[in-house]
Design a protein around this ligand. Structure first.
Ligand code: OGA
Ligand code: NI
Length: 355
């Protein structure tokens, strides 16, 4: 892995924001920056992303309401690749507490957060995005990235000791995210008339793999020239995201157009990642998304990524391959590493696994 370009910021985005600095030139999208997904728009139309009552998937009966939600789910994932999950069993105050704990971490003095700084050439820990090339436009955000599961792979030196309840909060939230994800994986399978566990088994059979990215997008003096997070699709199987109830910022690409994802206070925003697009033989979408910044308001988000174990081969599930729908994707192992390699070569990983 080439890491010679990578470095920790001399000043975090948060610090620059607090000092009233204009974003430095490496954050600015200039005329040389060509994004194949289109130019930055700070306020595109709102995305009519379906709101899905996932509570109704919990009961095993085939009641009418469940059938309606399953059809909505299928339609959401084949068109947008994402939806807003409501009735997921986690209360608004519980979710507020998680956001609060993350906020408290970012509010610590930089000297303390420095203890958790990532190392150059590695993403885990507190800091900025890794830099792969000189021309890379920087994201206006600071993040804490942690490998949460499997538990024996945790690097506790990156886990903040402060706020005191942070570790415990992440642990508990992880358990909840795991159970919600299983419900969603099973519902996805049912929505395609497949065996209930045909997706979930790839994620939960042996060891779960889950990463958390806790992000602060500080207020930015020039939101029309800077990305909070550049356009990407997630490499995960599924991503569950807590948005900041105070401000929008997440945008999703659909049919070549950008839309702003509305904030619904107690909803969990769910998007699929590349590995589910592959497993579903291209039926479900892994949407391209990005984040824009705001002049007045900072934004916090909590993203939890679930993916299969690196050693496991993944590919389109058998039941979704037939003469009518030939196999679209190859089988891959360690999609994370593959995705990383593609990214460095400037290739879209999903294109590179196409047959
Ligand atoms: C991500 C992501 C969105 C957000 O971390 O991959 O897309 O709103 N985050 O922070
Ligand atoms: Ni993402």
């Amino acid at each position: 892995m080439s890491t010679s370009q990578d470095s920790l910021p001399t000043k975090t985005a948060q610090q620059m924001s607090m000092d009233g600095d204009e974003p430095p030139s490496k954050y600015i999208i200039n005329n040389n920056y060509t994004d194949k997904f289109g130019p930055l728009e700070t306020s595109p139309p709102f995305a009519q992303v379906p709101i899905i009552d996932i509570g109704c998937f919990l009961s095993s009966s085939k009641q009418y309401g469940q059938q309606i939600e399953l059809a909505k789910l299928r339609s959401a994932l084949t068109t947008w690749g994402c939806f807003q999950a409501v009735n997921h069993g986690l209360s608004g105050s519980y979710l507020d507490n998680i956001r609060q704990v993350i906020k408290q971490f970012f509010e610590l003095p930089l000297e303390e957060k420095r203890n958790y700084f990532r190392e150059t050439g590695s993403v885990e820990g507190y800091g900025n995005d890794m830099t792969y090339s000189e021309n890379q436009v920087q994201d206006w955000c600071d993040r804490l990235f942690l490998r949460i599961l499997p538990e024996d792979q945790r690097k506790l030196r990156f886990w903040p000791k402060n706020p005191l309840n942070l570790r415990e909060t992440i642990d508990e939230y992880t358990k909840n995210i795991k159970s919600i994800s299983v419900v969603i994986f099973k519902a996805m399978a049912k929505s395609l008339d497949l065996e209930e566990d045909c997706f979930s088994k790839h994620f939960t059979e042996e060891r779960d793999v889950l990463q958390g990215r806790f992000i602060l997008y500080p207020p930015c003096a020039t939101p029309d020239q800077v990305f909070g997070l550049k356009a990407h699709s997630d490499r995960s199987g599924i991503t569950l995201l807590l948005q900041d109830p105070g401000v929008e910022g997440l945008q999703v690409l659909n049919d070549g157009k950008w839309y702003m994802v509305p904030v619904i206070h107690d909803a969990i925003f769910v998007n699929l990642g590349d590995q589910m697009q592959i497993m579903s033989n291209g039926i479900f979408k892994s949407p391209v998304h990005r984040v824009v910044t705001n002049r007045e308001k900072g934004r916090i988000s909590v993203a939890m990524f679930t993916e299969p174990e690196a050693e496991k081969e993944i590919g389109p599930v058998d039941a979704l391959v037939d003469e009518r729908r030939p196999r679209v994707y190859k089988t891959v192992k360690d999609y994370a590493a593959f995705n990383h390699e593609c990214f460095q070569k400037g290739v879209v990983a999903l294109d590179a696994v196409k047959l």
